[in-house]
Design a protein around this ligand. Structure first.
Ligand SMILES: CC(C)(COP(=O)(O)OP(=O)(O)OC[C@H]1O[C@@H](n2cnc3c(N)ncnc32)[C@H](O)[C@@H]1OP(=O)(O)O)[C@@H](O)C(=O)NCCC(=O)NCCS
Length: 312
């Protein structure tokens, strides 16, 4: 209990800073470990430097609540073109139920509007009415369940590896692909800045056509846990049967990539609404690890879009 809090002073809202990051990583684990009733904070997303990575990708998207020099809450947003990815949002458990998260989300929504984002989204706990109420009061609506699926890396695959250079031609093609799914959706900032994190962009070209790409994290510093290969976002071009073959190619490439880097597990997020992709992932040996739900303000590509997304 800080002295400041006992005096009843309200924490001040200010930008999150680089110097807050160690405290923010600790707060992130403390808040979620309490939320999920975990025995120790180290059990939540072990090894992932998620807060630091997201902040460095978008320093003007970080908000802090400061109680006399102590970080008691923070929220982050990353900009994907005119779509804003919100999260994590964390409040120190000893400060819960005092309206602090509401102050953070209000600031987030104002920043998104200031940036001109027409949509934004987050991943949350589907079994928490409290979380739903919090976000619904700011205009977010729940969507279908998203399953975080994983597969143990069994044997080194023999397919050729598809690591892409983040060249202007690649960024243009990726922007066209994402923009077809949702006008204005563009991950170029994220792709470009991945160069400073541990991870890669995997992609397959067929002549001049970009047939799929995947943003993957692994190792430190990145959003990946332990020795997993973590697919943050992936998109496949084409329709029905073409997509099946391309998804298989992407999965084979991920397997090769994981083998090359000594990873033991591949983790992917998939909305159950994208039934064709979801079923194919299951038949490729991916198994659900846990469920979440997306909440969206504005719109996000519907079930027809061939996207794999993990907004945790
Ligand atoms: C979810 C989380 C961010 C909420 O933080 P919080 O600061 O407790 O949230 P708020 O106080 O702003 O609002 C939550 C509730 O407290 C209520 N509240 C606000 N001020 C209050 C007060 N002075 N006294 C009592 N209750 C109050 C709000 O009305 C709201 O209640 P309701 O949703 O039942 O209507 C926090 O619990 C947390 O960090 N959890 C772990 C991480 C997490 O789950 N993050 C979100 C993932 S998407």
């Amino acid at each position: 209990m800080s002295l400041y809090r006992d005096k009843g002073a309200e924490p001040i809202l200010r930008p999150l800073r680089e110097s807050d990051l160690d405290a923010a990583e600790g707060l992130f684990r403390r808040a979620f470990a309490t939320e999920f009733g975990l025995a120790t904070t180290t059990l939540f997303r072990p090894g992932a430097r998620l807060v630091s990575q997201r902040f460095r990708m978008q320093p003007d998207g970080g908000f802090a609540l400061d109680a006399g020099g102590e970080l008691v809450g923070f929220a982050l947003i990353n900009r994907w073109g005119n779509f804003g990815l919100l999260g994590p949002v964390c409040v120190d458990p000893s400060w819960w139920n005092r309206g602090l998260a509401r102050r953070l989300i209000k600031a987030v929504v104002e920043r998104l509007d200031h940036w001109g984002c027409t949509a934004s989204g987050l991943f949350t706990n589907p079994s928490s009415p409290r979380h739903f109420r919090l976000y619904e009061s700011f205009g977010y609506a729940p969507g279908p369940v998203t399953v975080i699926v994983e597969r143990q890396v069994k044997a080194r695959d023999t397919s050729d590896l598809a690591v892409a250079g983040v060249t202007p031609a690649f960024l243009e093609a990726a922007g066209r692909l994402t923009g077809n799914a949702l006008p204005g959706l563009n991950l170029n900032g994220e792709l470009d800045r991945l160069a400073t994190a541990a991870g890669d962009v995997l992609a397959r070209w067929s002549g001049n056509e970009l047939t799929w790409f995947a943003v993957v994290h692994r190792g430190v510093p990145s959003e990946a846990e332990g020795d997993e290969v973590y697919v943050k976002f992936a998109q496949i071009a084409g329709e029905a049967e073409t997509v099946d073959a391309r998804l298989d190619d992407m999965l084979a490439s991920l397997e090769t990539y994981a083998g090359e880097h000594g990873a033991t597990r591949i983790t992917v997020g998939i909305s159950v609404a994208r039934e064709r992709l979801y079923r194919r992932l299951l038949s490729a040996g991916y198994q659900g690890r846990f469920h979440g739900v997306h909440m969206v303000r504005g719109s996000w590509p519907d079930h027809k879009a061939t996207i794999l997304e993990d907004w945790r």
